[in-house]
Design a protein around this ligand. Structure first.
Ligand code: FES
Length: 149
């Protein structure tokens, strides 16, 4: 890969009760979104640890999206608030490590919000596309160019 044919890879952790259902519904409604996004279903965003976001970047993601239930609608009471705190903490760590904080984003939506899910995904992809490859991916490209063998 070079920087000119960059297609962002986004990992989306989607809550089973809302964002995953919205993504599913968008498929049923034949609403299309780019294939740059890889959805991982989670029982609740409150289950996600900071380590999961970091691991996604380590494994090659250029951006990570966390999509949970609307505030006050989490099926496990306050899971989405926990996730919000962890995302904010992870954003600080990312900035200290030289990443742009916009690469990690949390959103809240309902199960019927397919028409919100699709533009939200597209916006995330465009944001990351404008940022370029993650600093880790850039480092790998640089090493490859320096050492083609
Ligand atoms: Fe959806 Fe907790 S059940 S965020």
């Amino acid at each position: 890969m070079n920087l000119y044919d960059f297609e962002p890879k986004i990992v989306a952790f989607c809550c089973h009760y809302c964002a995953y259902a919205a993504a599913d519904l968008s498929g049923s409604m034949r609403l299309q979104y780019p294939p740059n996004i890889r959805i991982i279903r989670t029982p609740c965003t409150g289950k996600l640890e900071v380590e999961y976001f970091m691991r996604a970047f380590e494994k090659g993601a250029d951006g990570v999206l966390v999509a949970g239930c609307e505030e006050g609608s989490c099926h496990f009471s306050d899971g989405n608030f926990l996730a919000k705190r962890r995302v904010n903490y992870a954003r600080q760590i990312l900035m200290e490590a030289g990443f742009e904080k916009e690469r990690l984003r949390m959103v809240n939506l309902g199960a019927a919000d397919a028409t919100i899910f699709v533009p939200m995904v597209k916006d995330m992809i465009e944001t990351v596309r404008n940022l370029g490859p993650s600093p880790l991916a850039k480092a790998k490209i640089f090493v490859k160019q320096e050492n083609p063998l």
